[in-house]
Design a protein around this ligand. Sequence first.
Ligand code: S3P
Length: 441
Amino acid sequence: MESLNLSLAAHKPLSGSMTLPGDKSLALRAALFSALAEGTSEINNFPDAGVTRTMLTALSQLGVEWHLEDGKLTVVGRGLHGLTKPSKHLDCKNSATTIRMLAGALAASGTGGTLDGSPILRRRSMARVTEPLRLMGELIATPNGCAPMTFPSRKPDKPLHAITYTMNIASAQVKSCLILAALAANGVTTITEPSPSRDHTERMLSAMGAKIRVIAPPTIQIAPLDKPLSPLTITLPGDISSAAFLIVAALLRPDSSIVIRNIGLNPTRTGLLDALRVMGAYIKIENPQTLYGEPIGDLHITSAPLHGIHLQGPIVVRMIDEVPALAIAACFAKGKTTIHDAAELRYKETDRIANLCRELRRIGAEIEEHSDGMTITGGQLKGGRCDACGDHRLAMALAIAGLTASTPVIVNHAEVLIDSFPNFVETLNALGINDYFHGKA
Ligand code: S3P
C-alpha cells in the first residue's frame, strides 16, 4: 500500500447531506451468512473496503461464488455444511471480526481448514473463541492460543455439543462465532455476556430462519438449524462507525449543519450518540424506520459547545469502536472527560488506548492514560504531526481534529483508513471540506 499523509486545517462550517457506504459489521455478516444459506442472496450498499474484501476472498477459497458490482453483492449460498475445504490458509489479514466469525462457520460446517492473518492479527488472542469451541467438541489446534487456527474436518452427521457458556468479556465477535457453531449443535446452546454487545448476528440470522431467543438481554439461546437458512435480500444502512468522525467534526466546527441519511441505529451501536447528547450535542433523528430487523434513520447534526462527561459500564461496549472519535470531541469540550471499562481497546487493531493517548498528546491534548481508558482535559489542540499507528480509526479521528485545531494536523501513514472507509476524503469533500492536503509520506 502506498504511504499517505493526510493534513486537515481549520475550516469553514461543514454543510451538506449524504449517504454512507453500508455498515461493515452488517456487511461481513451478510456475506458470510448468505454463503451458509441455500439460494442466492442480494446485498445492496455493500461497502467495498479492506475488511470486506478480506471476507469475500476467504469465501472464494471456501468455494462460494459471489459477484460485487456497483455496491451490489450477490452470493450463491452453499448451505451450512456445503463449504469446501480450502487448499491453503485463509488469510484474514487484520480483521478480527472476519477470523472469529469464520471460526464459527468452519466449526459449524465441519469443512476443516486453517485461519490465519497478518502479524498484527496473529498477536491477538483467539483463545476467547477456541476455548468455548473446544467445549463444543471442535478440537482446534493453535500455537499459544493465537492464529493460525487449524480446524479438523467433521462429517455433517456428527453435530457439535450444545453448551451453556458465560463469556468473560462482552464481544459480538465471540458471540457471533458461538452462535454460528450452535446452529450445528445437538441441542439448545445458551450464551451469557457480561453486558449486551452488538446483536446484528441475532437479528440477521433470525430473519434468515434461525431460532434465536433472547432470554434476558445478556443471555441468548440458539437452537440447532432444522431447515436451511433462507437467502437475504437486503440494503445495508450506512455505517455509524464511519459516520462517527463526521458527526464529531460537524459538532466541533461552529455553524455546521449536516445530514447523514439512512444510518444504522441499532441501540447496541448508538452509545456515541447518547454520550455526545449528554455532552451537549444537538443530534436529531429523522425518518426513523426498521428494515430487516435493524433500526435506521437520518441524522441531523448541528454544531454545539460540548462539556466533559464520565463514561463507564455498558455504554462503553455500545460505543467501543467510537472511542477515538469521542476522544476528539473531549479534547475540545469544556472540562474533563473520563472513560473507564474500555480495556478491550488495548486488544483491537492496535493498543488503541496507548496509541490514542500518545498521538493526541503530540498534537497538544492534555490526556492521562488509565489501564482501562483515559481522562482528557478539554481545551484547544495546537495541531502538528502525528501517526495513524496502523489503525484506521486512529487515522480518521486524528484527521478530524485538524478541522478545529489551531494549526493543521498532519496524520502520517493515513493510508490505513482504506481498511474501513476508503472514500473518507471524498466524503469530507461532499461536506465542503476541500482545503486538505494528502500526499505521499
Ligand atoms: C465487531 C465487534 C467489535 C468491534 C469490531 C466489530 C463485530 O469487536 O470492535 O470492530 O462486527 O462483531 P468485539 O466484539 O470483539 O468487541
